[in-house]
Write a protein of this length. Structure first.
Length: 185
């Protein structure tokens, strides 16, 4: 568990299932995502059970792990962060973040990812990156605000099942030393 005065990054709990299903099913939240938007409580509970079989940050290369973001005071779930270790030896990690619409535009995404980066870079992670749809302006703004470098633009790199179109993506990355320099700067 990682926490600040306001937020907690923790394992999912069965009690989160309803809120998790609600924001995942929200078409605006899912607009640039490839997940299903018709999940029910049973699916959400199964997903949470699967996630909790792997202790936070202790999984193998290639597996995605979902971390719950909750408000410290009430322990209410407000979103999640997915992380995937690409290469444990070199500490190359991909992440993605989702917030319930009700909790967007309040700085919680920036604060959650700052907590995550502080934790992962303190553990000697070498590099963290994220890939986002080229029109996902909130996501791009967040990644830039975190000081991440735009590393590449991918032409028609994923297929959007909803619109039945290939879409472009952008990749942003940050090295351990860049995060530490940014903090000391
Ligand atoms: C991507 C996503 C997590 C970004 O969330 P967000 O709420 O826009 O991001 P932040 O937490 O950084 O909040 C940003 C805004 O909160 C505002 N804000 C309000 N109160 C604030 C506070 N106390 N502190 C900081 N910012 C605050 C800021 O002004 C900022 O707006 P600005 O960037 O226009 O200046 C969100 O849009 C989302 O969940 N999208 C759907 C899923 C998705 O597509 N994820 C991307 C996967 S890579």
């Amino acid at each position: 568990m990682i926490e600040s005065d306001e937020l907690v990054l923790r394992n999912f709990k069965p009690g989160d299932a309803g809120l998790f299903a609600n924001y995942r099913n929200d078409p605006q939240v899912a607009r640039f995502q490839t997940w299903k938007t018709d999940i029910d409580l049973k699916y959400a509970l199964r997903f949470i059970k699967q996630m909790n079989e792997i202790p936070l940050f202790e999984y193998d290369k290639g597996e995605w792990s979902q971390i719950a973001i909750a408000l410290k005071e009430s322990d209410r779930l407000i979103g999640d962060i997915g992380i995937q270790i690409q290469d444990p030896a070199f500490g190359n990690i991909e992440f993605g973040i989702t917030l319930s619409r009700k909790f967007q535009q309040r700085g919680y995404a920036f604060k959650s990812i700052t907590l995550l980066f502080d934790y992962l870079f303190a553990k000697n992670t070498h590099r963290i990156y994220a890939v986002t749809d080229y029109q996902n302006t909130s996501s791009i703004k967040l990644l830039k605000k975190l000081g991440m470098r735009e590393e590449g633009y991918y032409i028609e790199s994923y297929y959007d099942q909803r619109t039945k179109r290939w879409r472009d993506e952008m990749r942003f990355a940050l090295l351990n030393r860049e995060w530490k320099n940014r903090e000391s700067g």
